[in-house]
Design a protein around this ligand. Sequence first.
Ligand code: OAD
Length: 472
Amino acid sequence: MQSNRAPSRSGITEPSQVLLTNVTTNGASDASSSSEDDLEPNFNFNDIPPELITETRKFLKEHGNIAFLEKYLPTAASIDDIIRLILQLGFVPKNLPRPHSVNIMEYIKILNHAMMKVKSLRNRKDDVCTVDDALNLISKSNKILVITGAGISTSLGIPDFRSSRGFYSMVKHLGLSDPQEVFDLELFHVDPSLFYSIAHMILPPEQMFSPMHSFIKVLQDKGKLLRNYTQNIDNLESYAGIKKENLVQCHGSFATASCVTCGVQVDGEEIFEQIRSKTIPVCPDCTKRKDAILKKNDDYYFAESYGVFKPDITFFGEALPSNFHDHIREDILECDLLICAGTSLKVAPVSDIVDKVPEKIPQILINKDPIDHCHFDVSLLGYCDDVASYIANKLGESWSLPHKDFSTITGENGENLEIELVDVVLREFQVINKANTEEEEPTEPGILTIENTPIGDDSIPPIETKENTPAV
Ligand code: OAD
């Protein structure tokens, strides 16, 4: 069965320059950035079949820029020809002047950008295309690198970030130009009350974990988990029993909090009550010091954040925890399978991992929405708890998830869960839970405007692969 999804706008844009939007298929996407509207009406990317995009991209990757341009652009190419080719590569050019400008160089620049993006995409492996291939890989691999995101905790009531009902949409009322600013370090220093007015919404529940967390625990118990790189700050992996040495909390967590002035660290739970009551938690020592100074000189200026505790979450502008850097370089070379689950892969440097893993290493996605800006060999779509339960059930008794909901999800003999081919070209399969009668949450685009925004200045050290060769 071939999917007939509306083209989406899940971005693969550069941090600094937003020129393109990926439109190949669907995905958590960038609703607020312009794209379709920038095109003249005679361009309709709905008409471009995914197969053509795949074929065009493949040709570029296999034959290089010159052969590609010779084949796909007429000798005296017009602006329209260039725009059409950009669309054929699976992108909608953004922020185009209307009516289309006569400066062809602007369009060549965008085409070049699209070509570079395509060249950095990995080639899907020819021998990993089906659900059985994915199941075989999971059962045979011994060094599985698992990247997780907010989607693995949503079944516990924690919102993800970019879905229509996600956290960034819940903080719209703050009127920030970009909702991600709630995690902006500078802003925290200027006004910590902003963060503490909404932090309660993402406070983790205690002692809870999802079946997807349990699936990672099973990988660990079977000695197959190389490491779990989680972007989640809820620290639920620890309740699921993922060992510290097998876990990298890439964006920190609520497990601890530190005073932004003296650096003293406390157990995160010590400030939970204040977070719940939207009060700013302060460090007693710094408060004493501040009071003493103010007693002598009541004009003395203190920054708003003086002596304030901040959960040890990695804010934008902060470096990632050191254990990310301690392991990532080796892990991407050592892993024999990459599984991404419950993440839109829109935040670097974690999103970069998929491109840095050597191309021969198979990649599987477990996610509610497909991800277009990466080339997974197999995408198992659906609620990750259902997908994890499906996999566990198929792989046999010893894979049963140590979770109270496992048998409810699967049904007595796994009869609740079915899997359907969605798109043969993109190798997407949908896990359907027949017992789940609840109406599905709409998966319309999220609200992010800037994608691949780096957290801190960190980047994964480059690894030379064929796919990383820069475009000319
Ligand atoms: P996003 O909200 O960007 O993406 C969550 C992904 O999970 C989406 O693709 C959803 O389709 C999918 N999803 C949601 N519920 C699901 C479910 N039950 N089963 C399967 N998939 C589901 O969240 P992240 O990718 O984690 O930074 O976001 C990365 C970072 O962006 C976060 O760590 C956060 C944010 O800025 C900080 O907290 C500092």
